[in-house]
Design a protein around this ligand. Structure first.
Ligand SMILES: Nc1ncnc2c1ncn2[C@@H]1O[C@H](COP(=O)(O)OP(=O)(O)OP(=O)(O)O)[C@@H](O)[C@H]1O
Length: 235
């Protein structure tokens, strides 16, 4: 008799429709503990929708999600309770709070405190702006603060939504090193192919909502369907 329980986050045959448009069609994905899993695809492929499903911002018409083998219905306000932290495409920070106060929002519920917030800010190289207001910072620094906010809760699953957006080469290199160094499971939705290829253990490729490939970076690079999907768009 097997007592094996599937650890981590799994999506099973997820379908999401917006009216007549199928944004995700029968998408399955397993995000095992400690892995960095990337989701890529041309514009409109369904990447953000998949991220939104895991965060509870979008509810699938069919399919299911499990967390450590148990049925999971994500709710945005309950993610922290399940050890899931996310960054958003924009930099969703409260402008009326300082950088430190923003990061504390991520740790307060877990009984940790200022030390954990500073540790995350230091790790992301932005402890020097702890007392600044996010709006006064350049985009790249704000994105680092957003990462610090997510990391400060010491999540077991870190979800990153287009973290490379708007960053230059040096910042993307820094981000790649950070993702490789975090000892947590990562689900990364990203356009920047070099970043995805350099940090991911496994990559899911979506095209018009359909999963067209799943494999290691080397397998994805060599997959003709993936090349076709990208060459077939103007992006
Ligand atoms: N709330 C919504 N209402 C209607 N259609 C939507 C909604 N959200 C997404 N879509 C549509 O679903 C499809 C998938 O969109 P999604 O944003 O998930 O793709 P994406 O891969 O993240 O694209 P991009 O790379 O451009 O960010 C697109 O055709 C999009 O127009």
């Amino acid at each position: 008799m097997s007592t094996h329980v599937e650890q981590g986050l799994s999506l099973h045959d997820i379908t999401v429709r917006f009216g007549g448009l199928v944004a995700l069609e029968d998408v399955s994905l397993r995000v095992s503990p400690g892995r960095v899993v990337g989701v890529i695809g041309p514009n409109g492929a369904g990447k953000t929708t998949l991220f939104n499903v895991v965060c509870g911002f979008a509810v699938p018409q069919s399919g299911s999600i499990t967390l450590d083998g148990k049925a999971f219905s994500p709710k945005p306000h309950q993610l922290a309770r399940h050890g899931i932290a996310r960054t958003l495409q924009g930099v969703g920070q409260f402008n009326g709070m300082t950088v430190l106060e923003n990061v504390l929002v991520g740790v307060r519920h877990r009984g940790a405190g200022t030390a954990a917030a500073y540790e995350a800010l230091e790790r992301c190289g932005v402890a020097d702006v702890a007392d600044a207001y996010p709006a006064s910072l350049p985009n790249a620094r704000r994105k680092r603060v957003e990462l610090a906010r997510a990391l400060a809760s010491r999540p077991r699953i870190l979800m990153l939504d287009e973290p490379a957006g708007g960053l230059d080469g040096a910042e993307i290199d820094w981000l790649a090193e950070l993702i490789k160094a975090v000892d947590t499971t990562v689900l990364l939705v990203e356009h920047h192919m070099d970043l995805v290829m350099s940090v991911c253990d496994e990559i899911l490729v979506l095209d018009f909502g359909k999963p067209i490939a799943l494999g290691s970076p080397a397998e994805i690079r060599a997959d003709d369907k993936v090349t076709e999907a990208y060459l077939g768009t103007a992006a």
